[in-house]
Ligand binder design. Sequence first.
Ligand SMILES: Cc1cc2nc3c(=O)[nH]c(=O)nc-3n(C[C@H](O)[C@H](O)[C@H](O)COP(=O)(O)OP(=O)(O)OC[C@H]3O[C@@H](n4cnc5c(N)ncnc54)[C@H](O)[C@@H]3O)c2cc1C
Length: 588
Amino acid sequence: MKRRTFVKGVAGTAAASTLAGVSGCGGAASGGRPGRRVAVLGGGCAGLSAAHELAERGFQVTVYEKKDILGGKCRTIPLENTGFGGRADLPGEHGYRFFPGYYKHITDTMSRIPFSGNRRGVKDNLSRIETVNFSRADGRDLVLPYQEVTDFIFDFQTLADFLLSVIGGFPKITLNEARFFVQRLLEYATACKDRRLNEYDKLSWAQFCRADKFGADYDQVLVSGLTRNLVAAQAHKASTRTIGIQAMQIFVGNILLSAGEDAGRVLNAPSTEAWIDPWYDYLAGIGVEFHNNTKLITLNMAQGEIAGAVVEENGVRRTITADYYVLAVPAEVASKVITQQMRNADPQLNGIDQLVVDWMTGVQYFLNENVNLSRGFYTYIDSPWAVSSISPVQFWRNKDFGAAYGDGSVKGFLTVDVSDWDTPGMLYGKPAKDCTREEIFRETWEQIKAHVNDVDSGRNPVLRDDMILEQFLDPAIKFGADGTPEENEEPLLVNTVGSFSIRPEAVTKIPNFFLASDYVRNNTDLATMEGANEAARAAVNGILALSDSTAKPCKIWPLSEPAFLLPFKEQDVIRYRLGLKHILAFDR
Ligand SMILES: Cc1cc2nc3c(=O)[nH]c(=O)nc-3n(C[C@H](O)[C@H](O)[C@H](O)COP(=O)(O)OP(=O)(O)OC[C@H]3O[C@@H](n4cnc5c(N)ncnc54)[C@H](O)[C@@H]3O)c2cc1C
């Protein structure tokens, strides 16, 4: 695990210009704004993505990162002093990393990070998942194949039949409920752009799907369950526009996957090992400088521009300067470092304060057996804390976990996302936010066991308490004097109802100031690695448009939807203009 504190890139501009041909970048000066020095503030997915695109286009990039390690929420968090006998420390993480097939931006970047033996660089470190288990406590699991559906969905009716066959298979869901829910998916799929933006962004997904119309199972499984487990968002808070887009991409987008793309993927090693360290090596090689342990405090303005950024390194403050500044910190940090003067210069920056972040955090259980619960991800539908997990080692290059990590006794692990910190649990009757660290471990484990050690296992326990050798909770959760969490230093943005209109663009009205992070307005429209990368590309394109560089802009893909839906959407354009509701809509 590399923890560089201050590193200067070596190969510099020479390597960058070699790459110019490879990525279609480069070019001579064209008379725009001069200057090539860019300060990237934040070294997470967005910051590294911006650094990547800029350095390949001949800019001199310096990344300033608060932590001693790069990668932000995507990084591996080693359990210190757990590796013995030449083995690495056990790999903790913020949460497991899932890359749906529709991701194009982040995977394109990954394909341009060299990795020995891989034709498509780090992208070839993605392993295909095959299933998703929707598990009920005391009920049979629904195991769905997670695959591309190119071959058999070619028109609206087949799509409708396909969706009904998937949704109708959920345990404890009536045919009537399944039909109603599928109709909502089809309504969204055939709605025009303006309706999605102006009508649906004002509704929560739960309102859109009428979570109140049917029984608790309808909400718990189809409305809230699918949302939190497939796109890690809360159906009662998140906007219909956002969730609809993601549902479209997951259910319908798989129709459009190009050859060679898998419908769902995870990394084949801990994320820092498979992705972030090779990224660092590549970026340093093309001249990017890194200042870790360097926290951005604020930004100074002069003559309508950013004149410098105040950073703090080892308790010492200094002002750094550049020609362009890319702010690549999450929304809750951006809202603190952006000054009133900057807000006056660009009022869209005020919207960042109103964005909502929530707790979603990883827990890992390191086991004395390698238990593979499913060939993909496992969602625990009845878990009050909205728990889901992956058994990663089965997807890894090196399947002998004990030989590579820890002291040799740990054979595998379960990596778990806890997405609801406010609902009382089943063991202690308390929300995670009111539990001690030990109670969080215990409660999460019991919620998983209730789903796994049930009728599906014939009551033979698949998971036993004596399997756990180590457990790990993200250190972003800070515990107070009473032993319960008092802060989550790394929460996640929720795309709440109406939030699209207040999210800022990557290009601001301050000429040399750009935003890159998962909250920035973009096509992906969900706080994800894909959204962070897309935002970074937009920021870089803003710099290119202003600077004297003639390098080609970064590619930004629209979200694709099947052509056979187009005539329906065109019909809805007319209905929307006439003030008519969608043809599939009911009275809300
Ligand atoms: C539990 C969990 C699971 C997730 N799973 C997935 C998934 O499966 N698939 C997916 O696509 N997305 C997933 N996400 C979302 C994804 O991780 C984020 O959307 C993405 O990492 C955001 O990248 P970012 O660069 O915008 O922000 P971050 O990753 O938060 O990076 C920001 C960086 O800025 C640094 N920083 C902060 N403050 C300062 C400062 N003052 N000065 C300097 N540096 C600073 C931080 O240390 C960090 O390195 C998950 C998120 C969570 C919380």
